[in-house]
Design a binder for this molecule. Structure first.
Ligand code: NAD
Length: 339
């Protein structure tokens, strides 16, 4: 079977990771990436041997900077089966029209609304809904994190209500513009958008969310309280998480007490960019009391959505009909194991 030809529009935090992940798949070919400015990330893309495509308005800037380009955005569209749009949130609408006109499929990210595509994606919860679709959207890092753990729990125990507080990192590690740098900032618009975003994939789930921005760049942390419709034991819940394909249990008593040690673990694992694609759940922080389940989880915001983008490509391009097979293939290529 011919390889799926993939282009990445927007080579920032998410785009560069999706590009590396596509390049690591044996059933996909990375045709190129787009850049608007000839900055250090563009130079790194050149070093990696990626072809660079630019908007018409950027051709001169790249020529002046001496950075070789392979063509314009339109040239890239002509060579690909699918574009993974990793541009900043809210520029999607303009690009959606361009992709449609060029006749290419497109995946958007969580910074765009569900309404842009009408379909949102998570590998475990609804892989098949994007089957053959022209457009889809991989939900945000926090929503992906919640779906990875709530979906398997709901499948077995039917969640009556989930209450989640999200402690959000204030900025990505490479971002020196956002904050706060010393403070905690509650999201006062309540409930936050995260609950409805989870419902774009699990519309039946009663979920309420609040969020606080914290002065850290490493990871988000969620506190989850879920009312189950049937009794469960703490050990049964641990077993569900143990089996979930992109959930990793860690233990406070092994020295992983904070997000700092989780990131150290990711470095020790030798992952590309020290990424932690899995949702981390503290095993010794899982507890069931009666029908109420409590747990904490941590989300590596820059990377948990990357394997989802790869599976979404396979679903939209009809390359693999079995969600579990796609997840296994992606995990193997990215080094995501249970060890
Ligand atoms: P980013 O700012 O790091 O990268 C965006 C890239 O797009 C940059 O290289 C920028 O130069 C380029 N760009 C800007 N305007 C453009 C345009 N008009 N056309 C083409 N390229 C343009 O952003 P990001 O953090 O990678 O976020 C991308 C998307 O992924 C957003 O929807 C965001 O909400 C979502 N997302 C981000 C994270 C995260 O942790 N950063 C996690 C999950 C989802």
């Amino acid at each position: 079977m011919a390889k799926i030809k993939v282009g990445i529009n927007g080579y920032g935090t998410i785009g560069k990771r999706v590009a590396s992940a596509v390049a690591a798949q044996d059933d996909m070919e990375l045709v190129g990436v787009t850049k608007t400015r000839p900055n250090f990330e563009a130079l790194n893309a050149v070093r990696k041997g990626y072809d660079i495509y630019v908007p018409d308005s950027s051709v001169e800037a790249f020529r002046d900077a001496g950075v070789k380009i392979a063509g314009t955005l339109k040239d890239m569209y002509a060579k690909v089966d699918i574009v993974v749009d990793c541009t900043p949130g809210n520029v999607g609408e303009m690009y959606r029209d361009q992709y449609k006109e060029a006749g290419v499929k497109a995946i958007f990210q969580g910074g765009e609304d569900h309404a842009l595509t009408g379909i949102s994606f998570n590998s475990t919860a609804n892989y098949s809904e994007s089957w053959g679709a022209q457009l889809s959207r991989v939900v945000s890092c926090n929503t992906t994190g919640l779906l990875r753990t709530l979906y398997p729990i709901d499948k077995k125990y039917k969640i009556e209500n989930a209450y989640v507080t999200i402690v959000r990192r204030a900025a990505d590690p490479g971002d020196s513009k956002n904050g706060p740098i010393n403070g905690l900032e509650p999201s006062v618009s309540l409930p936050t958008h995260h609950g409805p975003d989870v419902q774009s994939i699990m519309p039946w789930l009663n979920i309420s969310t609040m969020a606080i921005k914290a002065s850290t760049t490493l990871m988000h942390v969620h506190t989850v309280v879920a009312q189950l419709s049937q009794p469960a034991s703490t050990d049964e819940i641990k077993e569900i998480f143990r089996k979930a394909p992109r959930v990793r249990l860690v233990r406070s008593k092994d020295g992983i007490k904070t997000t700092a040690q989780i990131m150290e673990l990711a470095r020790d694992l030798g992952r590309d960019r020290s990424d932690m694609y899995e949702i981390i759940v503290w095993e010794d922080g899982i507890k069931v009391v009666g029908n109420t389940l409590y747990y904490y989880q941590a989300v590596h915001q820059e990377s948990d959505v990357i394997p989802e983008n790869i599976d979404c490509i396979r679903s939209m391009c009809k390359a693999e009909s079995d969600p579990c097979a796609s997840v296994r293939k992606t995990n193997a290529a990215l080094g995501i194991t249970k060890e």
